[in-house]
Design a protein around this ligand. Structure first.
Ligand code: CTP
Length: 394
């Protein structure tokens, strides 16, 4: 949450400026007090009235002619954090070189607190050595950057340069400001489906996309936790999350077990293969040789290994069921977890690859709590509310 935080939102002139309105809304929703500054070219893309309605005060636009004799130092003195979204190539250049020829750059120069910049521009502009130089200068000055990501750009183009989504920028702001509900908490999350090699080109795998576990890791980081994500899925994830990429159940077991002695909470959301080919062929199996006789052997039960540790962390498992989530009731008792998050992966709005999930919380006592369909990120947020509540009361 950003309750009581004063955030100055700088908007420069790019088509992504419309997303600044969503960003302002998200910041206000999380309890921040927001004031906006618009550059001259931002006015071509978003109306001052829109930002005024969302933030509750008209955006500042000019260095001269304002009510204050020194608007840049007033604004800089007022705020806890300056976020510039979108930051155009020109704005980045001004910031990197200490120019102060408009209200936004002058305020940035007068501001001594944390600065978060979300660049947005065409791919060619982003990749120009000049922009990359400015980016390096900003980073060396301690400026935090979010994105850009790859995607649709103005004029129908596509590529790196698209501004990160407002939710990601809010996460970055929460991390920079720190003091979140999970600050000081060490968290390990597993995500994705393991792949068990049959030969150098083929594997036994499953349909897990890693989105749910990645959302759990992102949400924990946004709440200030120190997070390690052990994953088979290389999805975009906040810089604040330490990512360990693995492929097989054995690799995941090593990566998880080596770390769970040092964490406070482990959320094992990965879909781990229960069996692997006993001996992966060293060279590609040939069609002409006929169907191979693949003998399967069990993989380690990673969750059970953590559950049996002395002084184990608070432990949350997942259960992917093909059918009603209540089928996992026995599993919750057998697995030695604090609770299981079960879902029916055959439903269209739950499970593998979707952006939403519909989960049931199952406790070792057999008590169940069915949550409505939500985005995976919302499920992650509610999960952390639950974990925080349970840890506080134990
Ligand atoms: N899990 C694990 N190691 C395995 C298999 C599963 O750590 N080798 C973990 C998963 O990460 C998940 C939980 O155990 O948190 C439940 O996984 P699931 O596949 O639903 O349960 P299984 O015990 O494998 O039972 P089954 O597949 O028979 O339903």
């Amino acid at each position: 949450m950003l309750t009581g935080r004063r955030i100055l939102l700088g908007v420069s002139g790019g088509v992504a400026a419309f997303k600044a309105a969503y960003l302002a809304r998200r910041l206000v929703e999380r309890g921040a007090e927001v004031r906006a500054i618009m550059t001259r070219s931002a006015r071509e893309f978003i109306g001052a009235q829109t930002l005024a309605a969302i933030t509750g005060s008209p955006p500042s636009e000019d260095l001269f002619g304002a009510d204050s004799v020194s608007p840049h130092t007033d604004l800089a003195g007022w705020s806890d954090l300056l976020v510039i979204a979108p930051a155009t190539a020109a704005t980045m250049a001004r910031l990197a070189n200490g120019l102060s020829d408009d209200l936004l750059s002058a305020t940035a120069l007068a501001f001594v607190g944390p600065v978060v910049v979300a660049p947005a521009m065409h791919t060619e502009m982003w990749e120009q050595p000049a922009t990359q130089r400015n980016l390096a200068l900003l980073k060396a000055d301690g400026v935090h950057t979010v994105g850009p990501v790859s995607g649709a750009l103005a004029g129908g183009d596509e590529g790196p340069g698209r501004m990160s989504e407002p939710e990601e920028i809010v996460d970055a702001i929460e991390i920079v400001l720190g003091g979140g509900a999970l600050s000081g908490t060490r968290v390990l999350v597993s995500a994705g489906g393991t792949r068990e090699p049959i030969d150098p080109v083929r594997y036994l795998g499953n349909r897990s996309s890693g989105k749910m576990g990645t959302a759990v890791a992102e949400e924990a980081a946004a709440r200030g936790a120190e997070v390690t994500l052990v994953t088979t899925a290389e999805l975009p994830v906040s810089d604040a999350v330490a990512v360990v990429v693995v492929e097989t159940a054995d690799e995941m077991a090593d990566a998880v077990w080596n770390r769970t002695g040092e964490v406070d909470v482990a959320v094992l959301a990965a879909a781990v293969a229960d069996f692997k080919p006993q001996d992966a062929a060293g060279s590609k199996l040939r069609r002409a040789s006929g169907p191979p006789d693949v003998k399967l052997v069990p993989t380690p039960d990673i969750l059970a290994g953590v559950a049996s540790q002395d002084d184990r962390p608070f432990l949350v498992g997942f259960a992917a069921e093909a059918g009603p989530a209540e089928q996992a009731v026995g599993k919750a008792a057998a697995k030695g977890v604090d609770f299981l998050v079960a879902n029916d992966v055959t439903l269209p709005d739950a499970g593998f690859g979707t952006d939403t999930n519909r989960v049931t919380i199952i406790r070792p006592t057999g008590d169940t709590d069915e949550w409505p369909v939500m985005s995976k990120r919302q499920v992650a947020a509610r999960l952390w509310d639950l974990i925080q509540g349970e840890r506080a009361s134990s």
